[in-house]
Design a protein around this ligand. Structure first.
Ligand code: AHR
Length: 506
């Protein structure tokens, strides 16, 4: 089979919003404790930050990291995580049935974010708390000095304000599992008043209102409409969350889940714009897709459901430490393509989560850290997606799926940097059987050489389930894509079945 992709220099949808390469650190399982932070680990620095994990994070290249939850934040008192460590309280975290020691908190996260060179995206608790705690936290974090909360920050060792620009107004409050679950009207009013009070402390902040926890929620659509009807003037973004998994061995439908993501985004864009039109607003609210990934959620009785987890109370239990296969990595690549294709409206996105908990990086307590298969598409797209997001025309062979009907086997996204002239093409073959020959029809773009061409696919001796494990940490990685040819301005390449690739041309 063969496919054709047209890329015209003049057809693009705007600049790559670099914040779409975000990630997420929640106080959940072993993401913080024994993930990014493990005092006493041979690789930890004097602050307890694991340097082996940190260097993998830097290599992967997230631009912004959401913190501290997630479901966790809906029962969290941020004050518990500041001040002398020995005075911090141990608390029960109901969301994950875990003992929270609070030895890691806001100051530690801000320091870690500096070390990782990422922007902080801070979530506030609108489950059990509200306006007062929200505005106090903004004053603590962002006000220079001379007031109760800002001086407390200084007394706790941070003279300069943290200057956190991005704030989430709670987490998944449409979900019955959420501590402090609310109706859309209850949440909309609380978010509106919290936003107002927070912006009175620091008008420069950007705010994210909570959207639906997933597209299948019974309130999806009406939730966004009602929440935005209350908050449109106060907020800058509405959130989206989506997790995908393979059901009953139906790999074809799973590999096509970017179709679902595309449609989900289009639906939220339509809802935002309907509220904008009816309210005669001129400002533009956009999307923060602040949780997305592959997540193998087990049955409702399982221990890792959001509302029912570890049976005993302990600190940092192993929770949802999914191991990702070649198939999962191809899906992650296509989900990133979808986010990139919608970069005119999706301005922030966070892969959930960063370490150990449904994460591209795994780290053993006292042991090594390594890259999952899904690390690779994220790392390359974050590194190479620069400049304009190109509008592609893709003519592809089809694969038939039970969930979406016939879909394109070839899924792609591309960017072009006007300054360097570099074109980056990210491309997947979702077909499980056939290799595909691809011809690029470049218009107004002169490509004379291949700067990079790499492929992720089933390794020698492996199958589509092969993963990177403690025992085989590098079973799946990127290998050279040798098939790229440039002949008289025409670029051709060959993608094996079930593969993801990056091609950078200059
Ligand atoms: O990322 C894991 C969990 O998924 C988050 O805590 C929650 O927001 C979502 O349900």
């Amino acid at each position: 089979p063969s496919a054709r992709i047209v890329i015209d220099r003049d057809f693009h949808i705007g600049q790559v919003p670099r914040r779409i390469f975000g990630s997420f650190v929640e106080h959940m399982g072993r993401c913080v404790y024994t993930g990014i932070y493990e005092p006493g680990h041979p690789e930890a620095d004097s602050r307890g930050f694991r340097q082996d994990v940190l260097s993998l994070v830097k290599e992967m290249g997230p631009t912004v990291v959401r913190y501290p939850g997630g479901n966790f934040v809906s029962g969290y008192r941020w004050e518990d995580g500041v001040g002398p460590t020995q005075d911090r309280p141990r608390r029960l975290d109901g969301a994950w049935h875990t003992i929270e020691t609070n030895t890691f908190g806001l100051h530690e996260f801000v320091d870690w974010a500096k070390a990782a060179d990422v922007e902080v995206m801070e979530a506030i608790n609108l489950g059990t708390r509200g306006v007062e705690a929200a505005r106090a936290l903004v004053e603590y974090a962002n006000h220079p000095s001379g007031t109760y909360w800002s001086d407390l920050r200084r007394a706790n060792g941070a003279e300069a304000p943290f200057d956190i620009k991005l704030w989430c107004l709670g987490n998944e409050l449409d979900g019955p599992w959420q501590i402090g679950h609310k109706t859309a009207d209850e949440y909309g009013r609380l978010a509106q008043e919290s936003a107002k009070a927070m912006k009175l402390v620091d008008p420069s902040i950007e705010l994210v209102a909570v959207g639906s926890s997933n597209r299948g929620m019974p309130t999806f659509g009406t939730w966004e409409h009602t929440v935005l009807s209350h908050t449109y003037e106060e907020v800058d973004y509405v959130s989206m969350h989506a997790y995908y998994q393979e059901h009953d061995g139906d790999a074809a439908s799973f590999l096509a889940e970017a179709v679902d993501m595309d449609a989900f985004i289009d639906g939220v864009v339509a809802t935002i714009d309907a509220v904008k039109a009816a309210g005669k607003h001129t400002k533009q609210v956009n999307i923060s897709f602040d949780e997305w990934n592959v997540w193998y959620q087990r049955g409702l009785d399982s221990e890792d459901q959001p509302h029912q987890v570890a049976k005993e109370w302990k600190t940092h239990p192993r929770l949802i430490e999914d191991s990702y296969s070649v198939t999962d990595a191809v899906v992650v690549g296509t989900l990133l393509h979808s986010l990139l294709r919608h970069g005119d409206r999706v301005k922030i996105a966070n892969q959930a989560q960063l370490v150990n908990v449904i994460a591209p990086i795994l780290a053993e307590e006292g042991g090594p850290a390594w890259r999952q298969t899904s690390f690779w598409p994220f790392a390359r797209i974050s590194e190479l997606a620069r400049g304009n997001i190109m509008q592609l025309v893709v003519e592809s062979p089809k694969v038939s799926t039970a969930k979406f009907g016939d879909v394109d086997a070839v899924d792609a996204a591309a960017t072009r940097d006007e300054d360097t002239g570099k074109l980056a093409l990210f491309i997947a073959n979702r077909g499980l059987e056939d290799a595909t020959e691809i011809a690029l029809d470049l218009r107004g773009i002169a490509a004379t050489s291949v700067a990079r061409a790499e492929l992720l696919t089933v390794p020698e001796g492996g199958d589509r389930h092969t993963a990177n494990t403690l025992q085989a940490q590098q079973a799946v990685g990127l290998v050279p894509l040798d098939s790229v040819q440039i002949d008289d301005g025409v670029v051709t390449l060959r993608l094996p079945a079930l593969s993801w690739a990056v091609v950078e041309l200059e």
